[in-house]
Design a protein around this ligand. Structure first.
Ligand code: UDP
Length: 389
């Protein structure tokens, strides 16, 4: 094992893309270590007895503007042309998100709606995106009204549920993920390429990893094999000179030496209902009602050919990740957590043969396409340095 040139920890997108590239392109043996009993990280999905594809760790909708990323993944899957639509339940009405002109039409009487839309078009270009905090800065009275309305009805309470804090206390890049749209586009994402793998993510990951150069160890805790100290990596107590590509939590890698990085986890509550469909779209957000943030109905994401009279929904209850069992879904961006992460990052710099990547290892709110892009970049660098290994 310790004579293997590449050890990769974690089989989510980061680890799997690198394993695939190194195995297929560098023709090197890769040992891929996965703590869970399945590959694919939080993209894991499965078909239930009624052929409904369920995303075990919450809804994963693929979207990207990066052609290279899309083309690369397309080698391992066909895509459905699913376009993600989200509704928000506001004052008894379901309106489209991102907040756009259709949302305005649903909420206000025609005169008022027209006035707001005209004002928005006077100040912003048509078909552009405006982050809520930018809209809130506008001095025009009508725009102040609508900005405050959107802030209070869409962002404030959802963010408190999601993060335990109000939007001002969270890095602005988080609320900017859901901008206000100046026009009639109802799609949740405006990226050029979007969809889900036709037969689910598991098939995609299996296609990536099924090759003789990749040895996969499932149900294997990396901590039981490897230790890391004083700028050296040890595998079963023997110094390891190959590359260690680590995609797990950076604080865990260093034994929480400086303390735990903050994360939010989500209690996922699935329900099977005796009805063909429960709601009108794949996701409905509930910013102001109930304790959960949103309900996902999987049948909308992967429509099934032979209908079933049952449906599966998922309610998400976010909370702080406090125990070691809590799945770390969302890095929590505060000044303190950024400083703590930097301390771990500096520690990692001492290890010449350690590569960190992914949401957990880099403590970044990456989307799936960001991760694949990053993994392809890391691979290219590795390819260039390969001759010197
Ligand atoms: N958000 C909100 N209200 C909503 C949806 C999103 O306030 O109805 C904010 C919230 O702070 C959330 C962020 O926008 O964390 C990003 O939302 P996104 O849908 O991208 O979150 P994800 O799907 O990654 O959980």
């Amino acid at each position: 094992m310790s004579d293997c040139k590449y050890i990769i920890v974690g089989s989510g997108f980061s680890g799997s893309v690198l394993a695939e590239r190194i195995a297929a392109r560098l023709n090197e043996k890769v040992l891929l270590i996965e703590k869970r009993g399945h590959i694919g990280g939080n993209c894991y999905d499965y078909k239930n007895e009624n052929k409904i594809i369920i995303h075990k760790y919450g809804p994963h909708l693929f979207h990207t503007n990066n052609k290279e990323v899309f083309d690369y993944l397309s080698k391992f899957t066909k895509w459905s042309n699913y376009i993600h639509k989200v509704l928000a339940y506001i004052d008894g009405v379901k309106i489209p998100l991102p907040f756009n002109f259709n949302s305005i039409n649903k909420l206000f009487k025609p005169d008022k709606a027209d006035k707001i839309k005209k004002k928005l078009l006077l100040h912003y270009k048509e078909n552009t995106k405006v982050p809520i905090f930018e809209l809130l800065e506008n001095d025009d009275e009508d725009l102040k009204y609508i900005a405050n309305f959107i802030y209070e009805k869409i962002f404030l309470n959802y963010t408190i549920k999601q993060w335990g804090k109000c939007p001002e206390k969270i890095d602005k890049s988080v609320s900017a993920r859901l901008p206000v749209f100046i026009g009639y586009d109802d799609r949740y994402f405006s990226d050029e390429y979007q969809g889900v793998p036709l037969n689910g993510y598991q098939e995609l990951f299996k296609n990536m990893l099924s090759q003789p150069n990749i040895k996969l160890l499932l149900n294997t805790d990396f901590q039981n094999i490897c230790s890391i100290k004083e700028d050296k990596i040890y595998i079963y107590g023997k110094e390891y000179k190959g590359r260690l590509i680590y995609t797990g939590p950076i604080d865990e890698l260093f034994g929480y030496k400086y303390g735990r990085l903050e994360y939010r986890t989500v209690n996922m509550e699935f329900e099977e209902l005796e009805t063909k469909y429960f709601q009108e779209s794949a996701v409905v957000n509930y910013p102001n009602d109930y304790d959960f943030t949103r309900i996902t109905e999987f049948k909308h994401i992967h429509p099934i050919e032979i209908g079933t009279d049952k449906t599966i929904i998922l309610k998400e209850y976010p909370k702080d990740a406090v125990s070691y069992e809590d799945i770390r879904y969302y890095p929590f961006f505060t000044k303190e957590s950024a400083e703590l992460y930097d301390k771990y990052k500096n520690l990692a710099k001492g290890y010449d043969n350690l590569i960190l990547l992914g949401r957990l290892a880099e403590y970044k709110y990456y989307d799936m396409d960001d991760v694949v892009e990053r993994a392809l970049e890391v691979y290219k660098k590795e390819q260039n340095e390969y001759g010197n290994l």
